[in-house]
Design a protein around this ligand. Sequence first.
Ligand SMILES: Cc1cc2nc3c(=O)[nH]c(=O)nc-3n(C[C@H](O)[C@H](O)[C@H](O)COP(=O)(O)O)c2cc1C
Ligand code: SF4
Length: 603
Amino acid sequence: MTGSLDSVAEAVAATVARYRANPHYVLQMLREIQEACDWISPDAIDRLQEALGLPRTKIEGVAGFYAFLYTRSRGRYRILFSDNITDRMLGNMELLEYMCGQLWIERGKTSEDALVSVDTASCTGMCDQGPALLVNNYAITRVTRQRVDEMCELIRNKVALADWPREYFRVEDQVRRKHIVLGNELAPGEALAAALARGPEGLLAEVKASNLRGRGGAGFATGLKWEACRNAQGKARYVVCNADEGEPGTFKDRVLLASHADMVFEGMTLCALVVGAAKGMLYLRGEYRYLLDHLNAVLERRRQRNLLGAGILGRSGFDFDIEIHLGAGAYVCGEESALIESLEGKRGTPRNRPPFPVTHGYLDQPTVVNNVETFAASSLIAHRGGAWYAAIGTSASAGTKILSVSGDCARPGLYEYPYGVSVSEVLDACGAGDVQAVQVSGPSGVCLAAAEFGRRIAFEDIPTAGAFMVFDHSRDMFEVARNFVHFFAHESCGFCTPCRVGTSLLRNLMDKLKNGHGSPYDFAEIEKLNRILQSMSHCGLGHSACNPVLDTIAKFRPAYERRLQQKEFEPAFDLDWALEPARQMTGRDDAGAHFNIGSGEKT
Ligand SMILES: Cc1cc2nc3c(=O)[nH]c(=O)nc-3n(C[C@H](O)[C@H](O)[C@H](O)COP(=O)(O)O)c2cc1C
Ligand code: SF4
C-alpha cells in the first residue's frame, strides 16, 4: 500500500480498533500504520489524533523520536544497512555505495519515483552473520554484491516483500557452545509446575538462594528485585521483559527468543507468581520484527495449554498474560525507565531515578524489568532449585553467561560458559588468532588488549551484557572507537544537554582527528568531555559514551598519535570540511570553493 487517502483511513481505523483506542499503544499504532502505508503521513496523524483525542504534538513527538518511524515518505522499499563496526569489517559501506549506484540514488535520499531509500541503521543484532541490512524492518543477513544485484532487480520490478526469496530472510542461531540455558531440555510448564508446588514464597526463596544477577548489564540481584516489587504498594503489578538488545555486538536474546521462547515466557510467568502481576509485556526491538509472529504463536500455544490466561495450571487466582510491544529503532529504550515510557506509548526518554521501576514503573505501578536471559535462567532455577544454580560459576557470579561472539574469528556465534571463563579460553574456542583486542559488553563496555586476555568474564572482573567483539592486528582501533562514538552521538535521545552536545562534540573531535586536524591538545579535550559526560549525563548512555575512546587511547595510543599531525589546537568544527557537500553539489573543487583555514578567510 502506498498511502492513498482510503488506505490511510482503513489502516488507522484498523489499528485504533485493534488497540481499542488506548493511547498507551500510540507507538504500536504508528508502527502498524507505517507497515500498511509505508510512512506516517500528515493525514494519518490527523486521523489518529481525532480517533484518540490526543494533541497532535504528542503524536508527532512520538513519531519523531523513533528512528524507524517516518513522517516523510522514504519509499516503498526502505533499506537500512547495519552499521556496527563488525558490519564495516565485512564491507557494509562498499555494499551500500554499490546499491546506491545500482539504484541511482544518493544515500539518505528517497528516489524521485518514491520507490526506495538506502541509509544506515545502528547495529541490527546480526553481527555473527553480517553484513546485514533491514528492508522495511525485516533482516537480511550475509549480504553480498550478488544479493544486492538481486534485491535491486526485485525493487525495480516492484516485487512485494512477501514474494522475495525466503532464504534472504534466514537468520541462523549459530549456537557454538551450550550449557544449562542453551542446552536446556525443559518442557513448557515444567518449571511452573515445580514453582506452584513450592508456592510464591518458596519460589522467591529459591531465586534469592540462586544468587542470580541480572544479565542486561547492571547485574542487580534478581531475587531482591522481585521481592521489592512484591512488597511495594500499588493497585497492580507488572512484569516486563527487556528484549531491546540494542548494545552493538549483542545478539544472544535474539537466539533465546527464536529457539527458547517458552523458557523466557515461563520465567516471566514465574515472576508474576512471585510479585502478583496479572500482565506482562515483552519489549522486542524493532530490528527483530521477524520474530513477532513466532512469539505470538508461542504465546497462543501457552494459552491453549493453560500456561497463560486465567487460573494457570488450575491454580485459582493465578491469572497472567503477556503481550508483545515492538520498539522502533531507539537504543536508549533498552534503559529500563525509557523502556517503560515507550511501553506507555511515549518518547523513550529515561526517567529520573529514584523512584525505581520496582515501586513506580509501568503506569506508575510496581514493575519488574528483567533481561531475556535473566528470565530464561529463572525457569531453570524454579525447576532445579537455587542451590543447584548457585554452585555453577564463581562465588560472586552464579550460573552461566551467554556470549555473543563476532568479529575476527573463524566461528562467530553464541558461547555459553559458566562465569569465570577467561577471555583467552573464549578466543581459543571461537578460532581467533592474531588477536589485537576484544571489546567486551559493546561500546559501553571495556576494550581489552592482549595482556588482559587472562582476565575472566564475571561480575567481579569483567561484567558483560554479552557482546564479545574480536579485532585482529589488521584493525585500526582508532576507527573502532570512532564507530562507537558515532553510535552514541546517533543514539543520544537529546533530553539532556551534556549528552546531546557532548556526544556530538566527541564525534566531531574523532572525525577531526581522522581528517588530519588533531593535535596533542585533543587528549585534554577528550578528558574534559569525559568529565562532563560522566558527571552530568542523565542516564547510562551519556555516562559511558567516552569509554571506547579512553580505553583505546590508554591501550592503543599509537593509533591516535599518528593522527595528531598539527602542533596547534584546531576546533572540532572544520569549516572547510563543512563546505564539502556544497562543493559536491556544485561540482567545484577549485581554490575559491575552499576555506583558508590558516587565515580564517575564504581563499
Ligand atoms: C542506554 C542503556 C541501554 C540498555 N539496554 C538494555 C538492553 O537492551 N537490554 C537489557 O536487558 N538491559 C539494558 N539496559 C539495562 C536496563 O536498564 C536494566 O538494567 C535491565 O533491563 C534490568 O534487567 P536485568 O536485571 O535482568 O539485567 C540498558 C541500560 C542503558 C543505560
Ligand atoms: S544521557 Fe543521553 S540518552 Fe540519556 S537522557 Fe541524556 S541525552 Fe538522553
